[in-house]
Design a binder for this molecule. Structure first.
Ligand SMILES: NCc1[nH]cc(CCC(=O)O)c1CC(=O)O
Length: 352
């Protein structure tokens, strides 16, 4: 008797996304992973422009937290779409009721990088090569604050737009002068868009001459679904990258505890560290996390790190909370209160 295997019934999943080239590339990457695991599922991409795409003039810190996510989450809760692919770093640490992060996929390089305008590519390799008064383009308070602290002679100017727009703006500076000597971007976005050849310098805690810590969740993709949608939750389990999910959980817990938002100068770095197994001890996995909170003008900074065994999301959450409380006691809360209570920061991103 020939055995017959019943093929699962095909169905369609509607995936919500922003319209930017990076967002569409990221959805393609996720669909490729999901299709390999679930060949009977069809995927429909539903792209929309969101507040952060439409409003290109208001400085990001003044636009609130859900500028990249709110409209997509409304479609998810209305049942118009089944899932949303977000850049995890753009997701507020508290989600709307009824929404959950179904999974986090394998992380791209989480570091920030330096891209010089074309007039400098043969003479400048690092931020340390820039003379005082050079102009660095970034709309990120986190990036500007940390770099003001390490390179007090540099000038910071807002640069808005998607990756290709920002690359065009920095390259236009080579022709028309003014503009930017360099801009700061995420390695992940450039790698995914095949612009890796524009990267002159990677920035992290080990950068000679001064680097920076990346944004919470940077380089990772968060796949958001309705909290009781078991079919979607089941699909996503097959593309989850657990080490990334746990590390990002710890990072988001730190930011949630410090009540930061996407536009608050908090930087993090996480790494899984092997631990020597003591005689007879089971070898667990330890997660090292370092974090920094810097005043907008770069004159004050609080840094800390903590390493703990993390084998569950609860332990990841606890690590983030503990490090956040350590930073708060060391003075981070005072810095954050100055920013969030609307006290005019000494210098704002966008002022030259
Ligand atoms: N809204 C900006 C944004 N959100 C996510 C990324 C990079 C990709 C990622 O972190 O996964 C970027 C671009 C940048 O910071 O250069």
């Amino acid at each position: 008797m020939a055995s017959t295997t019943t093929q699962p019934e095909p169905f369609t999943v509607n995936i919500g996304t922003r319209r930017s080239a990076l967002a569409l590339k990221q959805v393609d990457l996720v669909i490729a992973e999901l299709s390999a695991a679930h060949p009977h599922v069809r995927f429909q991409v539903c792209a929309v422009s969101v507040q952060g795409d439409r409003d290109k003039t208001t400085p990001l810190p003044e636009m609130g937290k859900g500028l990249w996510t709110n409209e997509l989450e409304a479609q998810l809760l209305a049942g118009d779409i089944d899932m949303v692919v977000h850049c995890l770093k753009d997701m507020p640490t508290v989600l709307p009721a009824g929404c959950v992060i179904g999974c986090v996929t394998r992380r791209e390089d989480p570091r920030d990088v330096v891209v010089f305008n074309k007039a400098h590519v043969d003479t400048h390799r690092t931020l340390a090569d820039l003379p005082a008064g050079s102009v660095v383009g970034t709309s990120s308070v986190r990036r500007a604050s940390q770099l003001r602290r390490r390179y007090p002679g540099l000038v910071f100017r807002d640069v808005r737009g998607n990756i290709d727009t920002r690359l065009k703006k920095v390259d236009a500076s080579a022709e028309d002068g003014g503009g930017y000597d360099c801009i700061i971007l995420a390695a992940a976005g450039l790698h995914r868009m095949d612009f890796g050849d524009r990267i002159a310098q990677y920035l992290d805690s080990s950068t000679e001459g001064g680097g920076m810590l990346h944004a919470v969740g940077q380089g990772a993709l968060g796949l958001e679904v309705r909290e009781h949608d078991e079919r979607m939750l089941g699909l996503l389990k097959t593309v989850e990258h657990t080490p990334t999910m746990m590390a990002c959980y710890a990072e988001r817990s730190l930011m949630r505890t410090l009540e930061g938002g996407c536009s608050v100068p908090i930087g993090v770095e996480t790494a899984w560290v092997e631990q020597e197994a003591e005689e007879g001890e089971s070898v667990g996995k330890k997660l090292m996390m370092r974090a920094t909170v810097v005043s907008v003008d770069g004159t004050e900074g609080v840094d800390g790190s903590r390493t703990e065994e993390v084998a569950s999301l609860a332990q990841a959450d606890s690590l983030g909370k503990k490090l956040a409380l350590e930073l708060a006691e060391k003075g981070a809360q005072k810095i954050l209160d100055q920013i969030t209570q609307g006290r005019p920061a000494a210098v704002k991103v966008g002022e030259t």
